[in-house]
Design a protein around this ligand. Structure first.
Ligand code: MLT
Length: 272
Protein backbone atom coordinates (compact mmCIF):
# COMPACT_ATOMS: atom_id res chain seq x y z
CA UNK A 1 0.00 0.00 0.00
CA UNK A 2 1.11 3.56 -0.55
CA UNK A 3 -0.69 6.41 1.18
CA UNK A 4 -0.09 10.01 2.02
CA UNK A 5 0.01 9.46 5.78
CA UNK A 6 0.50 13.01 6.99
CA UNK A 7 -2.28 15.05 5.48
CA UNK A 8 -2.83 17.42 8.38
CA UNK A 9 -0.56 19.68 10.39
CA UNK A 10 2.51 21.49 9.19
CA UNK A 11 4.82 18.57 8.43
CA UNK A 12 5.65 18.04 4.77
CA UNK A 13 3.43 15.40 3.13
CA UNK A 14 5.03 12.51 1.25
CA UNK A 15 3.92 9.10 0.00
CA UNK A 16 4.75 6.34 2.49
CA UNK A 17 4.65 2.66 1.52
CA UNK A 18 3.73 0.00 4.12
CA UNK A 19 2.23 -3.45 4.73
CA UNK A 20 -0.29 -4.29 7.47
CA UNK A 21 -1.62 -7.66 8.66
CA UNK A 22 -4.29 -9.14 10.98
CA UNK A 23 -5.95 -7.95 14.16
CA UNK A 24 -3.68 -9.18 16.99
CA UNK A 25 -1.22 -7.22 19.20
CA UNK A 26 0.12 -4.54 16.84
CA UNK A 27 3.87 -4.68 16.31
CA UNK A 28 5.49 -1.80 14.45
CA UNK A 29 8.53 -3.27 12.72
CA UNK A 30 11.15 -0.60 11.89
CA UNK A 31 13.85 -1.71 9.47
CA UNK A 32 17.52 -0.71 9.52
CA UNK A 33 19.74 1.21 7.10
CA UNK A 34 19.72 1.03 4.11
CA UNK A 35 17.01 -1.60 3.98
CA UNK A 36 13.22 -1.74 3.54
CA UNK A 37 10.20 -3.53 4.94
CA UNK A 38 11.12 -6.60 2.87
CA UNK A 39 13.45 -7.27 5.79
CA UNK A 40 10.42 -8.57 7.69
CA UNK A 41 9.14 -11.08 5.10
CA UNK A 42 9.90 -14.07 7.35
CA UNK A 43 8.17 -12.37 10.28
CA UNK A 44 5.06 -11.70 8.16
CA UNK A 45 5.07 -15.39 7.18
CA UNK A 46 5.85 -16.74 10.65
CA UNK A 47 4.17 -14.40 13.12
CA UNK A 48 0.91 -13.20 11.54
CA UNK A 49 -1.06 -15.54 13.85
CA UNK A 50 0.33 -13.86 17.00
CA UNK A 51 0.62 -10.20 16.06
CA UNK A 52 -0.56 -7.57 13.67
CA UNK A 53 2.51 -6.63 11.66
CA UNK A 54 2.87 -3.01 10.62
CA UNK A 55 5.95 -2.74 8.44
CA UNK A 56 6.65 0.72 7.02
CA UNK A 57 9.34 1.56 4.55
CA UNK A 58 11.10 4.49 6.15
CA UNK A 59 11.23 7.80 4.28
CA UNK A 60 13.53 7.43 1.26
CA UNK A 61 13.74 3.63 1.59
CA UNK A 62 11.98 0.82 -0.33
CA UNK A 63 8.70 2.09 -1.76
CA UNK A 64 8.45 5.25 0.37
CA UNK A 65 9.15 8.61 -1.19
CA UNK A 66 12.32 10.45 -0.36
CA UNK A 67 12.32 14.04 0.76
CA UNK A 68 15.36 16.26 0.85
CA UNK A 69 17.84 15.40 3.61
CA UNK A 70 18.80 15.92 6.36
CA UNK A 71 16.53 13.65 8.40
CA UNK A 72 16.70 12.88 12.11
CA UNK A 73 15.63 9.90 14.19
CA UNK A 74 12.79 12.23 15.24
CA UNK A 75 11.72 12.59 11.59
CA UNK A 76 11.48 8.82 11.29
CA UNK A 77 9.75 8.39 14.67
CA UNK A 78 7.16 11.02 13.75
CA UNK A 79 6.62 9.33 10.37
CA UNK A 80 5.86 6.07 12.22
CA UNK A 81 3.44 7.87 14.57
CA UNK A 82 1.74 9.43 11.54
CA UNK A 83 1.33 5.96 10.03
CA UNK A 84 -0.28 4.65 13.25
CA UNK A 85 -2.64 7.66 13.27
CA UNK A 86 -3.46 7.09 9.62
CA UNK A 87 -4.31 3.44 10.35
CA UNK A 88 -6.38 4.36 13.41
CA UNK A 89 -4.02 2.49 15.75
CA UNK A 90 -4.58 4.58 18.85
CA UNK A 91 -3.64 2.01 21.54
CA UNK A 92 -0.07 1.13 22.50
CA UNK A 93 1.99 -1.04 20.15
CA UNK A 94 5.11 -3.12 20.49
CA UNK A 95 7.88 -1.22 18.70
CA UNK A 96 10.43 -3.52 17.09
CA UNK A 97 13.53 -1.95 15.57
CA UNK A 98 16.56 -3.49 13.91
CA UNK A 99 19.81 -1.53 14.09
CA UNK A 100 18.90 2.00 12.90
CA UNK A 101 15.31 0.87 13.53
CA UNK A 102 16.35 0.44 17.17
CA UNK A 103 17.74 4.00 17.28
CA UNK A 104 14.33 5.13 15.98
CA UNK A 105 12.50 2.91 18.50
CA UNK A 106 14.35 4.67 21.35
CA UNK A 107 13.31 8.05 19.92
CA UNK A 108 9.74 6.86 19.45
CA UNK A 109 9.70 5.85 23.12
CA UNK A 110 11.10 9.24 24.17
CA UNK A 111 8.45 11.07 22.14
CA UNK A 112 5.44 8.77 22.54
CA UNK A 113 5.85 6.67 25.71
CA UNK A 114 2.09 6.24 26.00
CA UNK A 115 2.02 4.59 22.57
CA UNK A 116 4.60 1.90 23.49
CA UNK A 117 3.43 -1.40 25.01
CA UNK A 118 6.79 -3.12 24.60
CA UNK A 119 10.02 -3.05 22.64
CA UNK A 120 11.98 -5.54 20.57
CA UNK A 121 15.54 -4.32 20.04
CA UNK A 122 17.35 -6.31 17.36
CA UNK A 123 20.98 -5.90 16.33
CA UNK A 124 21.14 -2.42 17.80
CA UNK A 125 22.95 -0.33 20.37
CA UNK A 126 22.01 2.46 22.78
CA UNK A 127 25.05 4.72 22.44
CA UNK A 128 25.50 7.63 20.04
CA UNK A 129 28.15 7.75 17.29
CA UNK A 130 31.74 8.45 18.31
CA UNK A 131 33.48 11.43 16.70
CA UNK A 132 35.14 9.03 14.25
CA UNK A 133 31.78 7.38 13.56
CA UNK A 134 30.26 10.76 12.72
CA UNK A 135 33.08 11.48 10.26
CA UNK A 136 32.47 8.10 8.62
CA UNK A 137 28.74 8.93 8.20
CA UNK A 138 29.72 12.08 6.31
CA UNK A 139 32.21 10.12 4.20
CA UNK A 140 29.53 7.56 3.30
CA UNK A 141 27.09 10.36 2.39
CA UNK A 142 29.80 11.89 0.19
CA UNK A 143 30.32 8.57 -1.58
CA UNK A 144 26.54 8.14 -2.11
CA UNK A 145 26.35 11.59 -3.69
CA UNK A 146 29.55 11.40 -5.75
CA UNK A 147 29.56 7.74 -6.79
CA UNK A 148 26.02 6.50 -6.23
CA UNK A 149 24.10 4.34 -3.78
CA UNK A 150 25.44 1.11 -5.28
CA UNK A 151 29.01 1.85 -4.21
CA UNK A 152 27.91 2.31 -0.59
CA UNK A 153 25.75 -0.82 -0.78
CA UNK A 154 28.57 -3.00 -2.10
CA UNK A 155 30.93 -1.72 0.58
CA UNK A 156 28.47 -2.50 3.36
CA UNK A 157 26.88 -5.76 2.20
CA UNK A 158 29.74 -8.11 3.26
CA UNK A 159 29.44 -6.83 6.85
CA UNK A 160 25.70 -7.45 7.12
CA UNK A 161 25.64 -11.24 7.21
CA UNK A 162 27.56 -13.83 9.21
CA UNK A 163 30.68 -14.85 7.22
CA UNK A 164 29.37 -18.36 6.42
CA UNK A 165 25.98 -17.05 5.35
CA UNK A 166 27.69 -14.57 3.05
CA UNK A 167 29.45 -17.41 1.25
CA UNK A 168 26.76 -20.12 1.39
CA UNK A 169 23.47 -18.22 1.08
CA UNK A 170 23.75 -16.67 -2.38
CA UNK A 171 20.00 -16.05 -2.71
CA UNK A 172 19.90 -14.27 0.64
CA UNK A 173 22.88 -12.09 -0.30
CA UNK A 174 21.20 -11.11 -3.58
CA UNK A 175 17.87 -10.46 -1.79
CA UNK A 176 19.56 -8.14 0.72
CA UNK A 177 21.52 -6.37 -2.03
CA UNK A 178 18.35 -5.70 -4.06
CA UNK A 179 16.62 -4.42 -0.92
CA UNK A 180 19.51 -2.04 -0.25
CA UNK A 181 19.58 -0.82 -3.84
CA UNK A 182 15.95 0.35 -3.50
CA UNK A 183 17.19 3.11 -1.18
CA UNK A 184 17.07 6.56 -2.79
CA UNK A 185 20.22 8.67 -2.66
CA UNK A 186 18.36 11.25 -0.56
CA UNK A 187 17.07 8.45 1.69
CA UNK A 188 20.60 7.16 2.22
CA UNK A 189 22.04 10.59 2.95
CA UNK A 190 19.06 11.39 5.21
CA UNK A 191 19.48 8.18 7.20
CA UNK A 192 23.22 8.82 7.56
CA UNK A 193 22.55 12.27 9.00
CA UNK A 194 19.88 10.82 11.31
CA UNK A 195 22.30 8.19 12.64
CA UNK A 196 25.17 10.68 12.91
CA UNK A 197 23.15 13.12 15.00
CA UNK A 198 21.14 10.66 17.08
CA UNK A 199 21.24 11.20 20.83
CA UNK A 200 22.81 8.83 23.29
CA UNK A 201 19.97 6.57 24.47
CA UNK A 202 22.01 5.01 27.30
CA UNK A 203 20.42 7.27 29.96
CA UNK A 204 16.99 6.12 28.78
CA UNK A 205 17.61 2.42 29.35
CA UNK A 206 17.03 2.32 33.11
CA UNK A 207 13.77 4.25 32.65
CA UNK A 208 12.17 1.89 30.15
CA UNK A 209 9.17 0.44 31.97
CA UNK A 210 7.68 -1.82 29.30
CA UNK A 211 8.71 -5.42 28.52
CA UNK A 212 11.81 -5.53 26.32
CA UNK A 213 13.19 -8.35 24.20
CA UNK A 214 16.74 -7.90 22.88
CA UNK A 215 17.84 -10.14 20.01
CA UNK A 216 21.36 -10.12 18.58
CA UNK A 217 23.29 -12.24 16.08
CA UNK A 218 26.30 -13.92 17.66
CA UNK A 219 28.42 -13.04 14.61
CA UNK A 220 27.26 -9.45 14.10
CA UNK A 221 30.19 -7.61 12.50
CA UNK A 222 28.61 -4.14 12.67
CA UNK A 223 27.40 -4.02 16.27
CA UNK A 224 29.18 -6.36 18.70
CA UNK A 225 27.09 -8.64 20.86
CA UNK A 226 28.56 -6.90 23.93
CA UNK A 227 26.27 -3.93 23.08
CA UNK A 228 23.23 -6.16 23.49
CA UNK A 229 24.57 -7.49 26.79
CA UNK A 230 25.07 -3.93 28.05
CA UNK A 231 21.50 -3.03 27.11
CA UNK A 232 20.18 -6.07 28.93
CA UNK A 233 22.17 -5.12 32.04
CA UNK A 234 20.65 -1.63 31.97
CA UNK A 235 17.00 -2.29 31.00
CA UNK A 236 15.07 -3.61 34.00
CA UNK A 237 13.58 -7.08 33.40
CA UNK A 238 14.73 -7.29 29.79
CA UNK A 239 15.34 -10.60 28.07
CA UNK A 240 18.30 -11.27 25.74
CA UNK A 241 18.40 -13.90 23.01
CA UNK A 242 21.70 -14.38 21.19
CA UNK A 243 21.19 -16.04 17.82
CA UNK A 244 23.94 -18.45 16.70
CA UNK A 245 25.06 -18.48 13.05
CA UNK A 246 23.61 -15.02 12.45
CA UNK A 247 25.19 -11.66 11.76
CA UNK A 248 23.55 -8.23 11.66
CA UNK A 249 20.22 -9.53 10.26
CA UNK A 250 19.25 -12.33 12.69
CA UNK A 251 15.56 -12.20 11.70
CA UNK A 252 16.53 -13.02 8.12
CA UNK A 253 19.51 -15.29 8.73
CA UNK A 254 17.82 -17.46 11.38
CA UNK A 255 14.10 -16.69 11.07
CA UNK A 256 12.89 -19.66 13.10
CA UNK A 257 15.05 -18.84 16.12
CA UNK A 258 14.13 -15.17 15.86
CA UNK A 259 10.41 -15.85 15.44
CA UNK A 260 10.38 -18.33 18.35
CA UNK A 261 11.90 -15.66 20.59
CA UNK A 262 9.32 -13.09 19.50
CA UNK A 263 6.46 -15.58 19.85
CA UNK A 264 7.54 -16.36 23.43
CA UNK A 265 7.91 -12.66 24.25
CA UNK A 266 4.48 -11.79 22.85
CA UNK A 267 2.75 -14.41 25.04
CA UNK A 268 2.69 -11.95 27.95
CA UNK A 269 0.43 -9.65 25.94
CA UNK A 270 -2.23 -12.36 25.82
CA UNK A 271 -2.07 -13.36 29.49
CA UNK A 272 -5.17 -12.50 31.51
C1 MLT B 1 21.87 -0.35 10.28
O1 MLT B 1 22.02 -1.55 10.02
O2 MLT B 1 20.75 0.16 10.45
C2 MLT B 1 23.10 0.51 10.37
O3 MLT B 1 24.19 -0.16 9.87
C3 MLT B 1 23.37 0.93 11.77
C4 MLT B 1 24.56 1.82 11.89
O4 MLT B 1 25.29 2.01 10.90
O5 MLT B 1 24.81 2.32 13.00
Amino acid sequence: MTDETNTTGDREAFLMSYEDSCDRVPVLWIHGYPLSNLLWDFQIDGLADVCRLLTPDLRGHGGSEATEPPYSVGTFADDCADLLDHLGVTGPVVVAGLSMGGYIAFEFYRRYPERVAGMILAATRAGADSDEGKINRDKAAGVAIAEGVEVVVDGMLPKLLAPDNLVEQEDMVEFVREMMLATAEDGMVGALTAMRDRPDSTPLLAKIDVPVLIVHGEEDQLIPVSEAQSMQDAIPGSELVIVPAAGHLPNLEQPEVFNDAVRGYLEQFYEE
